[in-house]
Design a protein around this ligand. Structure first.
Ligand code: TXA
Ligand code: MG
Length: 344
């Protein structure tokens, strides 16, 4: 199959052009499209045959549920059986935007879409192209990140093409995604709200709106029997081929450790990369300064993983950042990608 690339101006998207993509969704096929977080791989959320294609193309385990994207808050009602007050409060504040809510699913949502669960994850993206695509398709669109399962999420159409060229009908190229890490996920299907995945809607912002919210034990690196509340958590993720070593501690100590490991691995003949949040010069084979501000780090993170792979490094040394605000989401992705974590 030839993958068609449809270039759309993200600021003034041409509706007539996007209709070409909607036709593909309506005919039961797949379209990759930009959202404000990462690129998604979309299909009609209510059609099991279309959804099956998503799992096949990504090589995604069938028990890992998908997020359903809507363009109008009114469409939430048909996907879930009940909308609690906490959901209304969060929707009011953060939709459209990078926040996904998990609620009890209604009968029209096929089990294949939710990986067999009786809950469903829903979000309303802010990106205009995504909104028009959903609206013009006339159906809610299920979309995981548009990467091969286990690879870093795509933040440009080129990343999607690298992973899925020839496997899907169309990619809408709407430029680089604004945020760069996936949406925050909050489970509201039980009595106590629980944060399942941190993102750019931060824990602090959620607490401001709904008060108490439990953090899933896995996010705190604690052993738990609650894995079933978000199946995606148990899979290794976001991983580049290079082995990432994540070093956490005070700036000085972490930097000393990087210098020490760098020398050690070079002696072993390894090709070593450093991913740095300080504009330091290292004697590494590849050094990528990812930014020092959290918004910039998030926007560059997955692209940087892919760049280390393209430059074929064996090992990447990366230092941790503070877990406040967006830092929690960034550290979650770094932690999931890491082959080893060292505290200094
Ligand atoms: O920003 C995003 O959320 C992007 C864009 C494309 O919208 N999408 C995305 O989808 O990151 P994906 O499939 O890569 O990640 C979805 C995560 C998985 O970890 C999955 O386990 C979790 O959401 N999830 C989906 N449905 C769930 C449910 N009913 N209960 C708990 N977790 C769920
Ligand atoms: Mg994903």
């Amino acid at each position: 199959m030839q993958t068609k690339i449809l270039r759309i101006n993200p600021i003034t998207p041409q509706i007539s052009k996007i209709r070409q993509a909607s036709k593909i969704i309506k005919s039961g096929n797949l379209v990759a499209f930009p959202t404000e977080t990462v690129y998604g791989l979309g299909a009609n959320a209510l059609d099991p045959k279309s959804i099956k294609k998503i799992f096949e193309v990504k090589g995604r385990p069938s028990d890992n549920p998908l997020i359903i994207h809507i363009s109008d808050v009114a469409d939430l009602g048909m996907l879930v059986v009940h909308i609690p007050d906490t959901a209304y409060k969060l929707i009011d504040k953060f939709w459209p935007g990078p926040l996904t809510l998990v609620l009890k699913k209604s009968k029209i949502v096929p089990k294949i879409t939710t990986g067999g669960m009786n809950t469903v994850a829903v979000r309303m993206p802010e990106n205009k192209i995504a909104q028009i695509l959903i609206r013009e398709s006339g159906v809610p669109i299920a979309a995981p990140s548009a990467n091969i399962s286990g690879r870093p999420s795509p933040t440009t159409s080129e990343h999607v093409l690298d992973d899925l060229s020839g496997k899907i009908s169309m990619i809408i190229d709407g430029g680089k995604t604004k945020i760069g890490i996936e949406s925050t996920i909050v489970d509201l299907s039980k009595k106590n709200p629980m944060l399942l995945r941190p993102g750019s809607v931060t824990l602090e912002q959620l607490q401001d709106v709904i008060g108490k919210i439990t953090i899933h034990p896995i996010l705190q690196e604690r052993k738990t029997k609650l894995v079933h509340r978000s199946p995606g958590m148990k899979y290794r993720h976001y991983s580049p081929n290079a082995k990432i070593i994540l070093i956490e501690g005070s700036k000085d100590k972490a930097n000393d450790k990087i210098l020490h490991l760098l020398a050690q691995f070079k002696k072993q003949g390894k090709k070593v990369g450093v991913m740095s949040t300080e504009n330091f010069v290292y004697d590494s084979d590849v050094t990528i300064f990812i930014g020092s501000n959290f918004d910039v780090i998030a926007a560059n993170l997955f692209k940087t993983f892919r760049e280390f792979d393209a430059r074929k490094v064996d090992i990447v040394l990366a230092c941790g950042i503070n877990r406040k605000g967006l830092g929690l989401g960034i550290m979650n992705r770094l932690g999931k990608a890491a082959y080893k974590k060292i505290k200094v």
